[in-house]
Design a protein around this ligand. Structure first.
Ligand code: 2RA
Length: 331
């Protein structure tokens, strides 16, 4: 079965990566529609050797016969246009945070909770990139050893902020003033991603906390997070500290992770082998190393988790959700 696909935000970094991943995975597309802002309308993008004209997104964009619309155009666009698309019978897979915590919207990582796509009411949300790469290993560990508490410390690439983040780093390195971030990101770490909330956490930190609970469907989990922007172009790195209810042998942790779909374990410190952002750019797996017992608690571990924030963190996860819609005959 082939599907009619629309891409909203086709010219953005994630939008363009949607096309790359759709082509790589040979997603069965009947018709493809590229939607973006007025300033991009009329330009063309090539897909599978054919040029597609970008159309301006408007209220009538979904009057065509579209099965699935992949959105990556910011929260405001998703808030306004996802309901319009849904009303026309389109299934929206949204990358923004706009709908993630809505109780009628499944928040899906295909390796973790694929069944949730069956509960969609027209909109399915793609989780935040830093959440996706964490829950892929955590789900299997939770099932086996029951997680009690998680401490997230992240080291996030500037591409998470799109091309403006990349420019700030590259221009900052050349000494120009920064445009996007409140402080220089070159040779620096900014403990400030998204905006600050009244509780002293940033929105990015609260996303990781709230989204992890929803995806693992366990609201008793104790979770805290510190998310930091670092001078890296692609690839989010995370230190994930986990305390379990149950006892474990460290070997069981390694075995569980090695047997988890979508996970690659790289853990040989004696040979200086551990996941590195520069080594995983463009890949779709979640890379895990530095796996070791946390001696400060009874049943705890630390691990180092790295993944490409534009691929598995956004575009690939979204396309995998679209593949599930076909697999479950939901389109
Ligand atoms: C960031 N996770 O890294 C956020 C949105 N992509 O900026």
């Amino acid at each position: 079965k082939k599907a009619n696909i629309a891409i909203v935000g086709a010219t953005g970094m994630v939008g363009r990566t949607f096309l790359k991943v759709l082509e790589e995975r040979d997603f069965p597309i009947e018709n493809l529609y590229l939607l973006a802002s007025k300033k991009s309308a009329g330009n063309t993008i090539s897909f599978k050797g054919k040029d597609y004209i970008i159309e301006e997104l408007n209220e009538n964009s979904f009057d065509k016969d579209i099965d699935i619309a992949l959105f990556s155009a910011g929260g405001d666009i998703s808030k306004k246009y996802a309901p319009i698309a849904k009303e026309k019978g389109v299934i929206v897979v949204d990358n923004s945070s706009a709908w993630r915590m809505d109780k009628d919207v499944p928040l899906v990582v295909p390796e973790v909770n694929p069944e949730y796509v069956k509960k969609h009411n027209g909109i399915i949300s793609n989780p935040n990139c830093s959440t996706i790469q964490a829950v892929v290993p955590l789900k299997a560990l939770h099932d086996k050893f029951k997680i009690k508490r998680i401490v997230y410390s992240t080291y996030q690439a500037v591409s998470g902020s799109g091309v403006r983040g990349i420019k700030d780093l590259e221009e900052g390195v050349k000494g120009n003033e920064n445009k996007l971030y409140p402080h220089p990101i070159a040779y620096n770490c900014l403990p400030h991603i998204d905006v600050f909330m009244d509780n002293g956490y940033t929105k990015e930190e609260m996303k990781m906390i709230d989204e992890t609970k929803k995806i693992l469907n366990d609201y008793d989990l104790k979770i805290t997070a510190t998310t930091v922007r670092v001078p890296v172009l692609y690839g989010h790195s995370e230190s994930v500290n986990v305390e379990f209810e149950k006892e474990f042998e460290l070997e069981e942790i390694f075995t569980t992770l090695k047997n988890t779909q979508g996970v690659v374990v790289i853990d040989n410190p004696k040979e200086n082998e551990y996941p590195l952002a520069v080594n995983i750019e463009g890949k779709d797996e979640v890379y895990i190393g530095r796996i070791r017992r946390d001696f400060s608690v009874n049943n705890g571990i630390n691990m180092w988790v790295v993944a490409d924030n534009i691929r598995k963190g956004a575009a690939t996860n979204t396309v995998q959700i679209a593949e599930l819609l076909l697999k479950y005959n939901l389109v």
